[in-house]
Design a protein around this ligand. Sequence first.
Ligand SMILES: O=C(O)CCC(=O)C(=O)O
Ligand SMILES: [Fe+2]
Length: 275
Amino acid sequence: METHGLLLIHYDIEPSDQALLHKTFSSMQQLFNLPHETKLKNSTPKPYYTYLNTATYETLAVINSSPPEELRAFTRLMWPNGNDDKFYETMNLMSKKMRELSMIILNMLRNSYGIGLDVKEENIDPLFRMMKYSAPMSDEPVHGVAPHTDRNFITLLCQNEVDGLLFKPRDDGEWVKVNPDPGSFIVFAGDALRVWSNGRVHSPPHMVMMCGDKERLSCGLFLCPKGDQVVEPCHDLVDDEHPPLFKPFIFLDYLHYASENAFRVDTVLDSFAGI
Ligand SMILES: O=C(O)CCC(=O)C(=O)O
Ligand SMILES: [Fe+2]
């Protein structure tokens, strides 16, 4: 995590996992096939928590609360006339599994630094986002998502069989392709983790570039500090040899700043909170 800011989680896929993956992507397809006006109902003023669509990319977002009231409300918003049990059940299972796995990874990170992360689970929003990238129908790679760093603690991603992710390790100018085995999970460290670890963990710039005639679907569990939370270097990781690299800030303020300055990929966090 300190050099790449990325982990790949491989595991032996059981037939039940395979079935869940299949159902997840077909449920997402059903969701993205809904009329534009229906999907627009998922809009909020909070950047990254809202419905977005461009010519090549669409995303919808829902908080994966436990119990899953928000997912229930989201499902009703999208299918006000019912017929949605399959979507709700599939996404509830998938997003819960991804939330649990991402909390395990966050805990492993805390333990590897031998300290408690001074963030409680109730101060975290597990944001579940579903993404669709239309088939570019071109042999030249085109952007699905422009280069960016994630703003949250960690992101767990799962994709259909269509690759396209690239990332930049620390201190390396080269983009590296991420071609996960089917069904494996990709973990990215985000800016909030970089701040908390006082710069030890790298939050890698990444992007989606695609060519060919296949549509890409992915879903991500973004462990975010709640909007009103203060993000700052963990006190145990600051001493005379490691002075604080970042000023404390309110997470929602950073989300707004980052969405307005997204083009400054490598410097957005440092220009907002760097010391
Ligand atoms: O679709 C993907 O695999 C990555 C999407 C992404 O980087 C993001 O939504 O922050
Ligand atoms: Fe991302």
